[in-house]
Design a binder for this molecule. Structure first.
Ligand SMILES: Nc1nc2c(c(=O)[nH]1)N[C@H]1C(S)=C(S)[C@@H](COP(=O)(O)OP(=O)(O)OC[C@H]3O[C@@H](n4cnc5c(N)ncnc54)[C@H](O)[C@@H]3O)O[C@H]1N2
Ligand code: MOO
Length: 395
């Protein structure tokens, strides 16, 4: 059997980072910056007030209370400014440009709030409540480096330096198709022998949680021709495809039957539990990667975490290795099949312990939903006594 590490290495050797595009701000969330972003101007671009109050010369209010004439009123966005001469005050709002001559702002709370003259009852230090030009960013300074994932704050600084578009690797568009004649859409009635399709929802959500775009293309039955047709429909707009089910040894394995003849997708057994049957390859002219994951719900989820997530990370231009792990003390004994690496479901606690959940079957979705971690048991270990230090992957 192929090892987990070899399977992942082959996947990562096949998938490539998506080509960068000029993305509008509205489309850039979750994309990966592919340029060095610098500011054309200093930020703030001009000295301005940090508070609503009065711009003054601090020397004029060393002895308080003091009453000064208010010679002007400056709102944010004001352009025509009168200089603050000795003994003068200018009413000023947060973000408004600091008039010449002023070296401090007195918050309105320290005054009587007057508009013709103002009485100030607390002295201020020079520089009080003034935000200097370039205090955040100097002109030409790099604010974001290539490889940065654009989140809300990063989008803010991109807009904040005045850019409408950025060069970035877009979020991969991933189409998810589940297979199986027994599947019914949630909300529908179950006939005997049927189950509700959960994998297509889990996998699409997992795609989105990684920061890629997930499109759920529903489920197809067990007919390979229908699957090929569905793939054909979606291939044009997909950067990657995920299928679930139809990859093991049964009589009706539509994914295997449809894709094996193409010669570009390999179906293999990977030495892991769950997730042993795996298909991976490329489809079409554009060599779109396809992950044919096993149908058991826990198997498809674990396969996603181990193989698809790192691949999507690489497509986004991020480092794409196995998920980071930590160690914890397991609260009870574990069993694992010889020669396969197990990923058991567990609950990681803040005291550094991990408790295996009840129900370690590949079909036990409720147990998976109660877990927050995978406990890794190496290939050459079949029994782990309680209290042992184990490797854990956070979910
Ligand atoms: N003779 C053998 N049988 C099986 C082997 C094997 O090596 N030899 N491998 C087992 C392992 S391990 C797994 S994992 C499964 C993988 O099977 P398939 O990928 O072919 O998946 P299906 O047969 O279509 O379904 C398996 C199981 O999962 C349920 N399922 C499928 N799709 C969904 C969905 N979208 N939502 C919820 N549940 C789903 C399906 O009803 C089956 O119960 O094969 C073993 N067999
Ligand atoms: O390997 Mo299967 O994924 O155990 O259920």
């Amino acid at each position: 059997m192929k090892s987990v590490d070899t399977h992942l290495a082959e996947i990562l050797a096949t998938v490539r980072p998506l080509a960068p595009l000029e993305l509008e701000l509205e489309q850039a969330l979750g994309a990966t910056l592919a340029e060095e972003l610098s500011s054309p101007v200093p930020l703030p671009p001009f000295d301005n007030s940090a508070m609503d109050g009065y711009a003054v010369r601090s020397a004029d209010i060393s002895a308080v209370p003091v009453t000064l004439p208010v010679i002007d009123d400056v709102a944010a966005g004001s352009v025509e400014l009168r200089a603050v001469g000795p003994g003068h005050a200018v009413r000023i709002m947060t973000g408004a440009p600091l008039p010449a001559g002023a070296d401090a702002v007195v918050p309105v709370e320290w005054t009587d709030g007057g508009t013709v003259s103002v009485t100030i009852d607390r002295p201020v230090q020079e520089g009080n409540a003034i935000r200097r030009a370039g205090e955040d960013v100097q002109a030409g300074e790099v604010v974001l480096k290539p490889g940065t994932v654009i989140g809300a704050a990063q989008l803010g600084i991109i807009a904040g330096v005045g850019r409408r578009r950025v060069l970035a690797r877009p979020r991969p568009r991933v189409v998810v198709i589940s297979t199986g004649a027994e599947l019914v859409e949630p909300g529908g009635q179950l006939a005997p022998g049927q189950i509700w399709d959960s994998n297509s929802f889990t996998l699409t959500a997992a795609v989105r949680e990684t920061g890629a775009e997930g499109f759920r293309a529903g489920s197809v039955g067990d007919d390979p021709a229908v699957l090929l047709d569905r793939l054909d429909t979606h291939l044009m707009r997909a950067d990657a495809i995920i299928t679930s089910g139809g990859v093991s040894m049964g009589a009706y394995e539509p994914v295997k039957e449809a894709l094996s003849p193409l010669g570009t997708v390999r179906f293999e057994k990977v030495a892991m539990q769950p997730g042993m049957p795996q298909g991976f390859g490329v489809l079409g002219e554009d060599q779109v990667p396809i992950f044919a994951l096993p149908g058991n719900p826990v198997s498809s989820f674990v396969s996603f975490m181990l193989f698809v997530r790192p691949a999507l990370d690489k497509m986004r231009g991020l480092p794409g290795g196995l998920p980071e792990s930590l160690t914890a003390y397991v609260t009870g004994p574990l069993r694992s099949p010889a020669g396969r690496r197990s990923y058991l479901r567990g609950v990681l606690a803040s005291d550094g312990t991990v408790s295996p959940v009840h129900g370690q079957g590949s079909h036990q979705l409720a147990a998976l939903a109660s877990a927050n971690a995978l406990i890794v048991v190496p290939e050459d270990v079949t029994e782990v006594p309680g209290g042992t230090e184990v490797e854990v992957i956070r979910l």
